[in-house]
Design a protein. Structure first.
Length: 410
């Protein structure tokens, strides 16, 4: 039997969500040896609602895209999940139908109303159920079509798988698996079950008889039975579980593979798992230590850089203060203009001369500079009336002095 071809043909007929139960109706016709493969190829439709809470103010957003709404003639479905985003980490999948938002049913909401509802609270509460199909409708006048998740290419161009892992134990991925068993003409399922301990409640397969129907469809020790013929097994006691399993000769069983493996390990297996966990823990601690040391080094470097900048800033301030005082020492020489007379001093040098600066070469007797007494030959002329002359030529210096003197004093 070419099962992928068969399921592909079935998907041409089962082309909308309301027809999905047909996959379960056909399951009894699938040979036992193909049950597991059939389960992998068909969508994992869930009846139960799952509640997820997301932080709308998270820096990376909700981590999902949606499509649909009343105006498209369908519900609201998740069409894209951002890798390592909030939604994906919370267990949401492409093909999930959003049924309620913040406690409100959205069955009568158009797309815009749904978006507005999401924006009303910081923490967004979503109730979803997995359908495994995506609505496709480009415009309002185009007929509504559906695509299976494993045929759907998201907006990012990434092809999505309809088979999603739920958790892991000891490196083994835990998946939900559904199988069908017909017990007609057989001696039974060939398994034993037991209830889990208080800290891990549930019904678990404790033994699988070699060559039995259960072994043939891939059931294993440690699998948790979560549903039988539509009956929820997550909270039933051992007696009720046995009764349901014996109530019919046709059983559709949903299990979580390996969810209770640790309950049925031998001492040797348990020691091996604990050793592996210890190695993982040590590796994690080593990575954490390296991260802390790296962070410490980075912080030390940042602190040194901050201190260096502070010291440079302080040094700059001190230099500016010293320069200011020096400038005040040189600048604050005021020569008032007398009713008659000249400044009577001579300059030499300039920025374009070997001296590289303006220097007072002579102070003539009887002039304003001489009478002031604060200027002597050899002083460097750095500014006149606030005009900086540090890089001025001799001509520029002489002109500045002349203009200042003629305007009322230096």
């Amino acid at each position: 039997m070419d099962l992928p071809v068969l399921v592909g043909d079935l998907k041409l007929v089962i082309n909308e969500p309301k027809r999905l139960p047909l996959f379960d109706a056909i399951r009894p016709l699938i040979p036992l040896k193909h049950q597991v493969e059939y389960d992998l190829l068909t969508p994992k439709r869930s009846r139960k609602l799952k509640e997820v809470r997301l932080d709308r103010t998270h820096r990376d957003g909700l981590g999902l895209s949606v499509r649909g709404g009343l105006e498209f003639g369908c519900g609201l479905y998740i069409s894209q999940i951002v890798k390592d985003g909030q939604a994906g980490n919370a267990g949401l999948q492409v093909g999930d139908e959003i049924v309620r938002i913040n406690g409100y049913s959205i069955s009568s909401c158009i797309h815009e109303e749904v978006i507005s509802l999401i924006k009303t609270k910081k923490i967004v509460s979503l109730k979803v159920r997995h359908v495994g199909m995506i609505p496709v409708k480009s415009s309002s006048d185009e007929p509504l079509k559906w695509q299976f998740v494993d045929q759907f290419v998201s907006e990012s161009g990434e092809k999505k798988s309809s088979v999603a892992g739920m958790a892991s134990f000891g490196g083994k991925e835990i998946k939900e698996k559904k199988v069908f068993l017909s017990l007609v003409g057989t001696k039974g399922m060939g398994i034993s079950i037991s209830s889990g301990p208080t800290q891990k409640p549930g019904i678990y397969i404790s033994n699988v008889k070699a060559g039995s129907l259960s072994a043939e469809v891939g059931l294993e020790i440690g699998d948790q039975i979560v549903e039988v013929n539509g009956v929820d097994f997550t909270n039933v006691d051992h007696r009720e579980a046995v009764r349901v399993l014996k109530s019919s000769r046709s059983l559709t069983i949903t299990v979580l593979t390996g969810a209770g493996s640790e309950l049925f390990m031998t001492d040797e297996e348990r020691l091996a798992v604990e050793a592996r966990r210890e190695l993982d823990r040590q590796e994690l601690m080593h990575q954490k230590k390296v991260a802390l040391e790296t962070n410490k080094i980075i912080k030390e470097q940042q602190e040194k850089e901050r201190q260096r900048k502070t010291e440079m800033s302080q040094k700059t301030l001190e230099e500016e203060e010293r320069y200011k005082k020096e400038m005040e020492k040189y600048f604050n020489i005021y020569c008032p203009k007398l009713p008659a007379g000249q400044l009577d001093l001579a300059l030499e040098g300039g920025s374009d001369s070997p001296l590289g600066k303006l220097v007072i070469s002579s102070v003539y007797e009887g002039g304003a500079a001489d009478k002031h007494g604060g200027i002597v030959a050899g002083d460097e002329l750095m500014a006149v009336n606030g005009k900086i002359l540090i890089d001025a030529t001799l001509t520029e210096g002489q002109n500045s002095l002349a203009r200042a003197w003629n305007s009322g004093g230096v």
